[in-house]
Design a protein around this ligand. Structure first.
Ligand code: S3P
Length: 213
């Protein structure tokens, strides 16, 4: 059940620079169901030459059952605890490209770990895009309801203000995947190599253009 895309080498100097600057830090994709975390994450991982890991798949592998079954048999709180544990473990093994489930970033302890061990990227999609995409699959327990649109709207209200705490936001919309991947790589590079105030850099003689940590 666990899915890891085999790494290739980083394909351009921009990608190689990102990977070199990451060190052991990972890139974590955050966002609502249907925002494209797995689709975009898999392609970004190939471009960067990093292993791609989908946290949902890892949770299923660790539990030996599907996510709908975990919700049904053990309930959502049990799923959330397992999700937090699995993400904590995965972040210890960086650098990876990690796609998280839509609810994972809502936990303060998970957000703190991601801040510590990774660069986070929110794939921001609007309700229409999400609804259209989630209708293609029936394996999301939170959407097994008479009115999935209302659930999506409620989750967006609750989650978007928290997703805003990520390091980078990408507008995930219906354009070719490679376009979103290109924008994500550029944004990641810009974030890592952004000019920063000298006081934000730990080395006293640090170059303001050098990558963080
Ligand atoms: C959830 C999203 C799902 C999965 C579970 C709960 C959520 O992952 O973790 O069904 O709370 O939004 P995706 O975001 O990958 O669909």
């Amino acid at each position: 059940m666990s899915e890891t895309v085999s790494p290739t080498s980083a394909s351009t100097s921009q990608e190689a620079a990102i990977v070199a600057a990451l060190g052991k830090r990972s890139v974590v994709l955050v966002g609502m169901m249907g925002a494209g975390k797995s689709t975009i994450g898999r392609r970004m991982a190939l471009r960067l030459g990093l292993p791609f890991i989908d946290a949902d798949n890892e949770i299923e592998a660790a539990a030996g059952m599907s996510i709908p079954d975990i919700f049904e048999v053990h309930g959502e709180p049990h799923f959330r605890d397992g999700e937090a544990r699995v993400i904590a473990r995965l972040l210890e093994g960086g650098p990876i490209l990690l796609a998280t489930g839509g609810g994972a970033f809502m936990r303060e302890d998970t957000r703190a770990r991601i801040r510590d061990k990774a660069i986070s990227m929110w794939l921001k999609a609007d309700a229409d895009v999400i609804l259209r995409r989630v209708r293609r699959r029936a394996d999301r327990p939170l959407l097994k309801t008479a009115d999935p649109a209302a659930v999506i709207a409620r989750l967006i209200d609750a989650r978007h203000p928290v997703y805003e705490q990520t390091d980078i936001t990408i507008d995930s919309r219906d354009v070719p995947h490679e376009k979103i991947v290109d924008e994500s790589i550029i944004a990641l590079h810009e974030y890592i190599f952004r000019p920063r105030a000298a006081s934000a850099i730990s080395e006293p003689t640090g170059d303001p253009l050098s990558p963080i940590r």
